[in-house]
Design a protein around this ligand. Structure first.
Ligand code: SF4
Ligand code: SF4
Length: 165
């Protein structure tokens, strides 16, 4: 398996961030007491030294209330976003992987992704059919067994699969 490489697109923190994290109190110029809204409990967030300047510019956040309060654009890199509390981000963010697998067709083009735990994201009708017929019926709860079976099934159907840890 390959290690997942985040492209810093920021989508995960734009769509769910605001529902996930709430700032309760500013403790110092860099530290915040925060609440994890979904699983409850508080944690201390510390803005990384390297992101202090980026953090100070909250103009984009004001226009996007669904964003996590700690998400910022990466200065000088259009379309890239960073978690300014990366080292002190909560467990729920540490364990999140947006893409469990990438699926490539015989010509090497990416034709689909497995998002979250087991959801296929594809616009490719043949892959969708293959998934619905051969993969959706798999019943195992064991994710490692499931990944092995999915990879084998897709490879026999002519696809190449990159599965992430
Ligand atoms: S984890 Fe995924 S959705 Fe989130 S920023 Fe990285 S590539 Fe984008
Ligand atoms: S704490 Fe960081 S990783 Fe978690 S939602 Fe906010 S910006 Fe994203």
């Amino acid at each position: 398996m390959t290690a997942f490489e985040c492209t810093l697109c920021g989508k995960c923190c734009m769509h769910a961030g605001g529902e996930l994290i709430e700032v309760e109190k500013r403790l110092t110029s860099r530290d915040f007491l925060c609440r994890q809204k979904i699983i409850g409990g508080t944690f201390r967030a510390r803005i990384e030294e390297r992101f202090l300047d980026a953090f100070r510019d909250a103009s984009e956040n004001k226009a996007h209330p669904s964003w996590c309060p700690f998400l910022r654009g990466l200065p000088g890199e259009e379309g890239k976003y960073v978690c300014t509390i990366h080292n002190s981000r909560p467990l729920i963010c540490r364990s999140y992987t947006c893409c469990a697998m990438r699926i490539f067709g015989p010509d090497g083009r990416e034709v689909g992704k497995v998002k979250g735990r087991r959801s296929l994201d594809t616009g490719d009708a043949a892959l969708r059919r293959c998934w619905d017929e051969s993969i959706a019926p798999l019943t195992t709860d064991d994710d490692i067994v499931w990944r092995t079976e999915v990879t084998g099934t897709l490879e026999r159907a002519g696809y190449r699969v990159e599965a992430y840890e």
